[in-house]
Design a protein around this ligand. Sequence first.
Ligand code: F6R
Length: 606
Amino acid sequence: MCGIVALTLKEGNASPLLHSALKRLEYRGYDSAGIATLYGEKIFVKKDAGKIDEIHARLNFDNMPGSVGVSHTRWSTHGAPTRENAHPHLDCKNTVAVVHNGVIENFLELKEELMDRGHRFVSRTDTEVISHLVEEGLDAGENLYNATVNALRRLRGSYALAIISTREPNKIVCARNESPLVLGLSDSGTFCASDIPAILPYTNKIIILNNGELAVLEADNIIIKRISDGVTLSREAKVIEWSIEQAEKQGYPHFMLKEIHEQPTSLRNALRLQEQYLDLITTFLDRGEKIFLLAAGTSHYACIAASYMFSKLARLATYPVVSSEFIENYGDSIGIDTVVLAVSQSGETYDTLKAVDYARMRAATILGITNVVGSTLTRVSRAYIVQQSGPEIGVAATKSYTAQVLVLAQLALKLAKMRGKLSQDEIDEVKASLQRIPETVENILEKREEKVKELARKYAKEKTFLFLGRGISTATALEGRLKLLEISYKPSLAYPAGESKHGPISVVEDGTPTIFICPNDETRKDIIGNMMEMKARGAKIISLCEEGDQKIADLSDDIIEVPKVHPILSPIPYIIPLQLLAYYIAVENGLDPDKPRNLAKSVTVP
Ligand code: F6R
């Protein structure tokens, strides 16, 4: 995830402090870094792709002049990791420098408009439009504050940003919409950063900037304003007692829990994909005779959910296949008429890349969904989508799973539209539910976490669990089981509930915790039958059901209620309580959920 740090000092050079602050943002993951400082009438910039230490060894970040500066670690979202795409980004005249974390949805429109007015762009980033918009405001005689506000009014999307200009060399203007931004005050200056650890060695007096707010920083003063109407806000600084390590996790005890809680944001970002990439992938999918959804682990379960979506919305049959089995199982049937949609958070999973290579050699069309721009998957795909989840540090995939499912749902819906398989009303209904997904997830995290904790305490010592779902909830059962299994080391079963009679039911005995995923969809009646069968054999029934589903509640020992969503999207909200359950059961058992034994975040070996 991109990180920004900016500071203005009463005396001394800003760049050594920015350099060491950037080092403290490294844990967030990045592929490029840069610093800009202001001195006299000039902006000085040093930036490049690569690790901070390597760039520093080449360019020396510590000898830049000036006591005001902005800096950035970049996790690519638009444009490959290159020097040109690294932040800070300047305007045409080198009078403005901008660092940004977030996604500007309408940057292509703005870029075109600015280019028509003669602006020269040097990067492929969404951020650069901001520098040029501010430049226009300054040229029109506005001060830096007004030029920034007017630029922000043109942006759609998420941002945390910091801007400096030679026109007002003692100021930094920073602003926030969705992406986090904190401010800091000390006797030596003022600071802003994406998170607290970056600036904690300089100050522990912190102000959290809220969405829709902007701050003007001078070395001895911070003014906070609401962007919409310019009203000045007063806010006391809080004294933070965290260590740097606690601050990296933003006060959460583990990255996994932090990442579970980041899902409303990562899902909002996954709804901000560039239409042209979605259209391109949809067109290729539509042309395929045979379509394989290729992935490993959690990403495979996202593909299982997607296969129901493609079938139900677009009436298209797709095959979700585990990457390591693809060649053996389907290799001989691959040809020019095959489309392979490979889904991989890291874009580097060995099995997935090997299967992709094989399919490419047989002239299949390769499409990709990944979280990492510049990963091998992006290089071998004919077209790809970046799911915009930001780096995931916990080994167990959480926010990357829900974002993958959301991206795949958008593709299925587009395909349905392209193929004329749904009425406009049906399309609008799914679309409206899609847009509400981040809010729904927020609601679950707010209202259900305590209940899940209580269940984790109740069931933490059980040796095995059974996860059952029908239809699209089969994917949720499989992913819920994987989360529990990989971080709590509890061998557990997950099955389509209809299969339970064909074997798994034999493991059920008095008290076996059996988790049913039962959204209010067309499988509900049948899953109630499966519940009764399990209950009759002594299973303890834990159900995930829609809010107010009395029938399910009456049949269950414990329930976790989930707000109503369109049934096709249920895999996203219904996995949230299961991620939390796995997390809290691991913690109850004294295990570290961030570092499960024997597992690596990215499996790059056979
Ligand atoms: C489970 C998990 C793994 C990955 C799998 C594929 O929580 O993280 O199962 O999903 O190794 O990784 P990617 O998506 O990077 O190809």
